[in-house]
Design a protein around this ligand. Structure first.
Ligand SMILES: NC(=O)c1ccc[n+]([C@@H]2O[C@H](COP(=O)([O-])OP(=O)(O)OC[C@H]3O[C@@H](n4cnc5c(N)ncnc54)[C@H](OP(=O)(O)O)[C@@H]3O)[C@@H](O)[C@H]2O)c1
Length: 326
């Protein structure tokens, strides 16, 4: 089997490649990378069945020929951040359009797996975020990042190619993107920054990057996943304070959330929202803004994650410690 991977030098793609080499050692893998030296530095012992192809999604001539005879494409490259700007449309939508066009009719292609995001669906800013997002929600992305991912989803789903779209929320695990919100959270809890003691009432969904990698592979194989989009996370969202507690316990730092009456929490929320009404992070902390119901995925595939939240966050902290990052 021949597979083509984008984003292999990033957080998700690198975890996917590790999972693939461990679990599917017979596949032949081409990774499109912008910087071959970076890839080689990440893999000092070159895996036998991996070829680094120097190129850029924005320059389809750099990789078109390598798509010939490919059976599965795992597209994880992107510009990722909950922000705005024209570059998101270039790096996410145009890059995906180029990839789809370069695949042509994809004669040998069994599946194009596109790693999208919960942010492609999102929620209206001025409605309370109570229900868990699922595939029946009308998309309402709030950022250019989310809008560019939704447009990329449309490119994939109208491509005529067999596809699966996966929409993770939070992702944790080895090789994190430094300065991502998960990265900052781990550092803030490690430093016992005061806000981390506030008893935020929100819930969020997440998945360990190695479980996401297994989901990406399964998405490429499973007949029930063909031409479908799925939210992918652990089966249930986790209360934010519980996630903070798991991280603190893994870090071996004390964690004592402040005890506050619901009325006090509502007043604090109101005060903070009043200052920054469209602040995504506040909405994530106080509501179920980044929380989804991935039941469709579990029904379709029967997947069993390896890591629950406690084990996954613990593994993430261990990785930071082992790499001297805390
Ligand atoms: N991380 C999360 O928490 C999260 C949550 C939900 C969804 N996602 C989705 O997961 C996917 C992967 O995210 P990530 O966290 O792994 O991001 P990341 O760590 O920033 O990695 C992005 C990857 O894309 C590559 N890339 C960017 N532009 C490219 C281009 N024009 N041509 C070729 N390669 C290009 C980067 O290459 P360089 O190494 O050269 O920069 C890097 O390998 C994205 O689709 C994102 O939307 C992520």
């Amino acid at each position: 089997m021949k597979v083509f991977v984008t984003g292999a030098t990033g957080f998700v793609g690198r975890n996917f490649l590790e999972w693939l080499l461990r679990n599917q050692p017979d596949v032949s893998v081409t990774c499109l990378v912008r910087d071959v030296h970076k890839a080689q530095a990440q893999w000092p012992i070159a895996p036998q069945n991996v070829q680094w192809l120097a190129g850029d999604l924005l320059e389809p001539d750099s990789y078109r020929a390598a798509l010939s005879g490919v059976n599965a494409v795992f597209h994880a490259a992107a510009l990722v951040s909950l922000k705005n700007g024209p570059e998101f449309y270039r790096m996410n939508t145009e890059a995906t359009r180029n990839l789809v066009a370069a695949l042509g009719e994809g004669k040998d292609l069994q599946r194009l797996v596109f790693v999208s995001s919960i942010s492609a669906v999102d929620r209206p800013m001025h409605e309370p975020a109570v229900d868990l997002l699922d595939e029946d929600f009308a998309p309402h992305p709030n950022t250019d990042y989310g809008k560019s991912k939704l447009l990329a989803e449309e490119v994939v789903s109208y491509s005529g190619l067999p596809y699966t779209i996966l929409r993770p929320a939070y992702i944790y695990g080895p090789h994190p993107r430094l300065n991502s919100s998960m990265d900052r959270l781990i550092r803030d809890i490690s430093a016992q920054t005061p806000y981390t003691r506030f008893p935020f009432p929100g819930q969020a969904s997440g998945i360990h990057a190695q479980d996401l990698a297994a989901m990406m592979w399964l998405a490429a194989q499973h007949p029930q996943a063909e031409n479908e989009a799925f939210f992918v996370s652990n089966p249930q969202p986790i209360p934010i304070v519980e996630a903070f507690a798991h991280i603190a316990s893994a870090l071996n730092v004390p964690y004592r959330p402040l005890e506050r009456a619901p009325e006090h929490i509502r007043r604090a929320q109101h005060r903070w929202y009043h200052r920054q009404p469209d602040h995504l992070v506040l909405r994530i902390l106080f509501e179920n803004f980044f929380a989804c119901n991935p039941a469709k995925w579990y029904r379709a595939t029967g997947f069993q994650p390896t890591f629950d939240y406690s084990a996954g966050l613990n593994d993430t902290v261990r990785w930071y410690q082992a790499h001297g990052l805390l």
